[in-house]
Design a protein around this ligand. Structure first.
Ligand code: CA
Length: 228
């Protein structure tokens, strides 16, 4: 999942970038409204975290311009607590807002809710648990289990497994994995991906009888329950 943070307070922007990256998101950052709008229009972000008061174009202006062509979910950050300002934001097309200062955990929770609401997947409406054979992934609690046993995954491993599970049965190329999970291009990420897949296998498959994560030689990786 790829997020765009538009925030002119550099320290806060950096704090959000680091925190959200640790949560497993791929994060782009812009420090003013003009760059933010450009990135939002050009990019393929799943959600925007948008500060209200920005140099250049302010948050509402950016939102209005964005909404003419894109429906990317927007979570607005605002220092203003006046009700009419919140209403303006929501009328302007924001999907949710958070008043500064906020707790990081609340930001993450609201992002999760918005992504769940808008996620264009083949999941059954409202489903937040993905599964394959005895593997289960709880997207909200960010927990993975096999045969009821908890898998101790890092944030990146969780993101990688989520991607593989959403697209189960499909061979995913290293290029696609690099872009979706690391926001890197293939050349610089090949080794990173192979190492991450090996680590994931050690946790996902090694302790269990049935192998779920398979290598498609020369093509990439596929998660599926094969008859053995
Ligand atoms: Ca600001």
């Amino acid at each position: 999942m790829k997020l765009l943070v538009v925030e002119d307070e550099v320290k806060l922007a950096e704090y959000l970038r680091r925190g959200l990256t640790e949560e497993g998101y791929v994060v782009d950052v812009a420090h003013n409204g003009v760059d933010g709008l450009h990135l939002a229009m050009e990019g393929d972000h799943h959600l925007l975290v948008l500060d209200g008061m920005l140099p250049g174009i302010d948050g509402l202006g950016l939102l209005a311009a964005l909404r003419q062509s894109k429906q990317t979910p927007v979570l607005m950050l605002t220092a203003r607590i006046r009700i009419e300002d919140r209403v303006k934001g929501l009328q302007g097309g924001a999907d949710d807002y958070l008043v500064k200062p906020f707790a990081f955990s609340e930001l993450v929770a609201r992002i999760e809710v918005l992504l769940r609401r808008t996620r264009p997947t083949r999941d059954v409406e409202g489903t937040t648990v993905l599964g394959l054979a005895d593997l289960e992934l709880d997207l909200v609690r960010r927990r993975a289990t096999r045969a009821g046993q908890r898998l101790d995954l890092t944030a990146k491993e969780f993101t990688l497994l989520t991607l593989l599970l959403r697209r189960q049965g499909e061979v995913l190329s290293r290029t696609e994995i690099a872009e979706q999970v690391w926001d890197m291009n293939f050349d610089s990420a090949t080794n990173v991906i192979d190492v991450a897949v090996r680590r994931l296998r050690g946790k996902l498959d090694a302790p269990f009888e049935r192998t779920l994560l398979h290598t498609a030689r020369g093509m990439g990786y596929v998660l599926e329950a094969r008859d053995e």
